[in-house]
Design a protein around this ligand. Sequence first.
Ligand code: 4AD
Ligand code: MG
Length: 462
Amino acid sequence: MVARIKDVRDVLEPGQTLTLHGWVRTRRDSKQGLSFIELNDGSCLGNLQIIVEGTTEGFEDQQKHITTGASLEVTGELKESPGKGQRVELHATKIVVLGSADPETYPLQKKRHTFEYLREIAHLRPRSNTFGAIARVRNAASAAIHNFFQSRHFLYVHTPIITTSDCEGAGQMFRVTTLDLARIAQIQTEIDYAQDFFGKAASLTVSGQLEAEIYATSTGPCYTFGPTFRAENSNTTRHLAEFWMVEPEIPFFDLQANMELAEEFIKYVISHVLETCAEDMDFFNQRIEKTVLETLKNIVDHDFERIPYTTAVEILEKADRKWEFPVQWGHDLQSEHERYLTEEHFKKPIILFDYPRTIKPFYMRCNEDGKTVRAMDVLVPRIGEIIGGSQREERLDVLEARMKECHLDPEDYWWYLDLRRFGTVPHAGFGLGFERLIQLLTGMQNIRDCIPFPRTPKNAEF
Ligand code: 4AD
Ligand code: MG
């Protein structure tokens, strides 16, 4: 039987004959002529100890190739382990080196490497403990997201990646073109997008929300979960140029209900990961961030605080703190402000709502005060903003006026306006930054380590 190490460690009983595949983490030779190989196949954090004797078939001629990073096929008998820290070990009867890894040049040696160095070898870093664990947590969180929405009968909608509308209206889009830009630069000063592949300027999407609204107002509650792209030149530990976003959209829903759903959603995903990734989560708590389990349990066990943006500004103004960026009503909160509120003032997640309309996109529902919109941001310790959402403007005339105020041409959004023209309904939704969630779950400092292949300014290797 061919087995994976997770099953071998967790469930299989001693006495069975097994074949395993994996990569050598370490090898130690005893004076008695035994070799102890720590084998890992990525199915779990823990390795399986393989015990090899001089008589093991294949060992003698291949033993010089059994070094860190080499891939093996091992057959043997599973036995109870006398050593501590493991239930079972494999006594090899046959060993085959499938691929050697020259110890002189293998970049991922046993010693601890910096995360900066590991980013340069992103093709090998998933073989390390940390990046294997992150990959499994990403996987478990993805499954939890689908479970959460599927069990509530939300429809999973695949929204387009190439788009001709700027959802957030922030102009931070990557252009998609087949035009020969080098040639155009030589012969004309302006680009004629009518000649381009789509007949007009197209970009990579910054959000699937507008299309999700189409389905929400047709087939009911839905969600998207896909890649989004932002050409913001932000070299921070919380920004990526390509990131994954989860965007539920719900008809017949208001801001209050939206906040409740966001809180329930975050708690559900965290609980699922704590339950299904216990070994990886203990690793993060011991080796990456000593407070990560405590923070996550605290999030799951307490109600989120909900306060209007205006109250948050008052708290920040009164805070005995020198801010790098001044606090002022009508300005976006900076990361330092968000983190103060959630980490120090409330010491738990908070949901800020009713933001000034001047700093929020056109689609958010205008409040009666004429100054604020029905926006909400969920802020969590160590990260700051993890979710942004709102109740949407469902009134045709108000939406058209807002578009003009935001210097958008309503004609470009004719289909979006049609949703208000024909059978409009109150609706709301939000977007969760998936990599920020992974940062929260793992305690990793830098968002670049929370996605397999990070894309950031001046960096799109692998
Ligand atoms: O607040 P944002 O811009 O909201 C939207 O895009 C809405 N259309 C969502 C909706 O209502 N359906 O982005 C949502 C979340 C942020 O809270 C943040 O977690 C994440 O996406 N995010 C980023 N994550 C990584 N890198 C970036 N550059 C990000 N920009 C936003
Ligand atoms: Mg936002």
